[in-house]
Write a new protein. Structure first.
Length: 450
């Protein structure tokens, strides 16, 4: 096998410059010293200026932080805090806020999360996008943005600004509402780079495979963003569109950009000058050793409007041990395979995740999306799967429900629940036209409360 040479991403040099290092190369030691200083500044800033953090953090908190490990003594910030007390987290006047992002959540409070960003906070995101996009984009490229673009300061709008700085040509298409229309636009514009939401990109690829295989697409590289992504989705998109697929880990709470893969595709390379990462045991809240899977917790290091301290993301992953072939010194986190909130009980000590369903169902021919709903009656757990198939997909007649049950029964938790005679499954096929487009919000198994 030919050994490929992977070059370091621009992130190392960018971060080395950002932290004001005197060395020509980024080192872990310089980064750790910078991060400790920034954590102290952030915590002091939040304690002084945010009514929430003034009450939430212990008195004299700045003096308590003498090394990075000391951060683990501080309390977490949770989704519930954001929902209930978001405005009290602000460290600046509302007049200094340039952008407010409202996220509808499945949280228990029923209130949306609101994130507040100043102009400088937005600039940090553009700066990161510029570096991250340069891994897969060069000057002169045509980049179709299939993310929300319409509003000023939206993710697609910031991405477009970053691409212009790179000398690339952004094409703001927005999220897909009609597969046919989107595909036509890709053909007309001859976009060679695409940025979009995983499940939507999969639907687009399958639609292309079904109906337009001969149409000339100029696509070379695709960046997936905004939701966890299963390996099945990455493989399918890459195979059908014959593109290199890069994965980006983004989250509004963390200023949209968190980390991106390099050409070796071995974990997200982290935006470590702006974010400090911890991995904790979701049950006990204790920090976990390197390499163990747990919940990702972030502290912002450079945000002024609404810094977040030890924010629990609900995302499950791990810091990858060892070195990336590209030679980066940045931490790498494994692909986000599932969200904590997505673990659904199928009986005692038995859990099912949306990611497991994705892995098995989305590779079936013609399936462009599905919903999964769980309900519980006195005796049984009921799993209802609705699969969406493209009407004109040639394989629609050949896909049998028995094949779907077969792949579902290959999931360990489903097999166990079946063995225990606790589970009833119902599979439904729904035929949809090109106007169907998978939801752009985060994917999750729905639980029906009866
Ligand atoms: Zn790398």
């Amino acid at each position: 096998m030919i050994k490929k040479n992977f070059t370091k991403t621009p992130l190392d040099n960018w971060i080395n410059h950002k932290i004001g290092s005197a060395s020509a190369f980024l080192t872990r030691q310089a980064l750790a010293e910078y991060q400790l200083r920034k954590l102290q500044e952030t915590i002091d800033w939040a304690y002084q200026h945010s009514p929430f953090y003034h009450a939430h953090l212990p008195e004299g908190v700045k003096k308590k932080l003498n090394c990075l490990a000391d951060l683990s003594q501080l309390p977490f910030t949770t989704t519930s805090h954001l929902e209930k007390q978001g405005l009290q987290m602000l460290c600046v006047s509302q007049g200094e806020i340039q952008r407010v992002v409202t996220l509808v959540t499945s949280g228990t409070t029923g209130q949306p999360k609101r994130l507040y960003f100043t102009r400088e906070d937005q600039e940090l995101t553009i700066d990161f996008f510029c570096q991250a996009m340069s891994i897969l984009t060069k000057a002169g490229d045509y980049v179709a943005i299939l993310l929300p673009c319409e509003r000023q300061g939206s993710v697609g709008d910031l991405l477009a600004s970053a691409l212009e700085r790179l000398g690339a040509q952004p094409i703001k298409q927005g999220i897909i509402h009609d597969l046919e229309e989107t595909l036509q636009k890709l053909i007309v514009t001859q976009a060679n780079v695409l940025v979009g939401i995983p499940i939507q990109m999969l639907a687009l690829a399958k639609f292309y495979e079904a109906s337009h295989k001969q149409a000339p697409l100029a696509l070379k590289r695709i960046l997936l963003s905004t939701d966890y992504v299963s390996e099945a989705i990455i493989q399918e998109i890459g195979r059908i569109l014959n593109c290199e697929v890069f994965d980006h880990y983004g989250m509004t709470e963390m200023g949209l950009g968190v980390g991106i893969e390099c050409c070796a595709h071995q974990g997200y390379h982290m935006r470590e000058a702006d974010l400090y990462l911890e991995v904790i045991d979701p049950q006990t809240g204790r920090n976990l050793p390197l390499g163990q899977v747990g919940e990702l917790v972030f502290t912002t290091l450079t945000r002024k409007g609404m810094p977040l301290i030890r924010y629990r993301t609900g995302d499950l992953s791990r810091i990858l041990p060892g070195n990336c072939p590209c030679g980066t010194v940045l931490q790498r986190i494994d692909t986000i395979r599932s969200r904590k909130v997505g673990c659904i009980s199928l009986g005692e000590n038995n859990f099912l995740t949306m990611a497991e369903l994705d892995e098995k169902l989305l590779v079936l021919p013609g399936i462009i999306d599905f919903t999964a709903t769980i309900s519980y009656d006195a005796v049984f757990i009921l799993l209802h799967i609705q699969l969406f198939l493209l009407t004109d997909y040639s394989t629609i007649d050949s896909l049998k429900k028995s094949a779907v049950y077969d792949v579902l029964e290959r999931i360990d938790s489903i097999r166990l629940a079946n063995d225990r005679r606790q589970l009833k499954m119902k599979v439904e096929f729904l035929s949809v036209g090109t106007e169907f487009s998978p939801k752009s919000s985060k994917r999750a198994i729905q639980v029906l409360v009866q």
